[in-house]
Design a protein around this ligand. Structure first.
Ligand SMILES: [Zn+2]
Ligand SMILES: [Zn+2]
Length: 259
């Protein structure tokens, strides 16, 4: 196994608020066991951020979840990181993670998701309502403005990984990659939600940005599933040295490994 860790996995803590069933299937321990069985050295638990209207992890639970990650790290002799897949909530690059959350979390992922509580009514209109319809018509104006939002997100926050770019929102991934290089933010190659054209992936690689391959598993058996992405990077000859979790453990902005 060339990939050393899976840093984007969901558990039952990505809970549906109003329904008696779960958005993702596994417990933290089931995710850890699956990662261990696949030969991974690290796994991160990254449930959806706090402003998601229908499925999110809860701030009140973070201490409990962190304790569970520490317990499982010892039990299975691997690093189990607690993170969150945060949401973009404003056109100004705000996300739904506050300073207290940073102290409790090992890594911060961030992606665009629909059905998220926006910071203001204006953000609700420009970031969510408008993009819902914009997907149907291709608008360069919206794409430019959305790209600017991601650039602000990277500048304003300490984000370790930008997840599934282009999912539900039109952006220029090469422009975003140029900003990510400056900050040390990683661009995810998401095995479940992969949307780049070949030209975009090659263009991003040319910026020198670092990539991270993740499964975005919503059930334990999918952890460590990278087959789609590996086919693409092999076909396009993307250098493995540019992939931070290939044959080595990644360096993150937030998470510092104990030596
Ligand atoms: Zn996501
Ligand atoms: Zn996810």
């Amino acid at each position: 196994m060339a990939i050393t860790g899976d840093y984007h996995t969901h558990t039952i803590y990505s809970r549906r608020k109003f329904f008696p069933y779960f958005h993702a299937k596994g417990t933290i321990e089931e995710n850890v066991v699956s990662a261990k069985n696949k030969g991974l050295k690290e796994v991160a638990i990254t449930d959806h951020g706090f402003n998601h209207k229908f499925f999110c992890t809860y701030r009140d639970n973070l201490d409990k979840l962190k304790k569970e990650c520490v317990r499982l790290s010892q039990k299975y002799d691997m690093n189990v990181l607690l993170g969150v897949e945060s949401n973009i909530i404003s056109m100004d690059g705000d996300i739904d993670v506050n300073n207290d959350d940073y102290k409790k979390l090992d890594i911060i992922l961030c992606g665009f998701h629909k059905c998220v509580i926006a910071k203001s009514n204006k953000d609700k209109k420009l970031l969510f309502a408008r993009n819902k319809w914009a997907r149907l018509r291709k608008s360069d104006k919206y794409k430019k403005e959305n790209t600017a939002v991601f650039i602000k997100v990277i500048q304003k926050n300490n984000i370790d990984i930008i997840t599934h770019l282009k999912q539900d929102i039109a952006v220029d991934p090469i422009a975003i990659a140029k900003e990510a290089v400056k900050k040390g933010t990683l661009i995810e190659l998401n095995n479940k939600h992969y949307h780049f054209t070949d030209e975009e992936l090659i263009g991003m690689a040319k910026t020198g940005v670092k990539f991270i391959i993740n499964s975005d598993a919503h059930k334990p058996s999918r952890i460590g599933g990278y087959e789609n992405v590996i086919d693409i990077i092999n076909r396009l000859n993307i250098s493995k040295t540019q992939i931070v979790n290939w044959d080595k453990l990644p360096e993150f902005i937030n998470y510092k490994r104990k030596k």
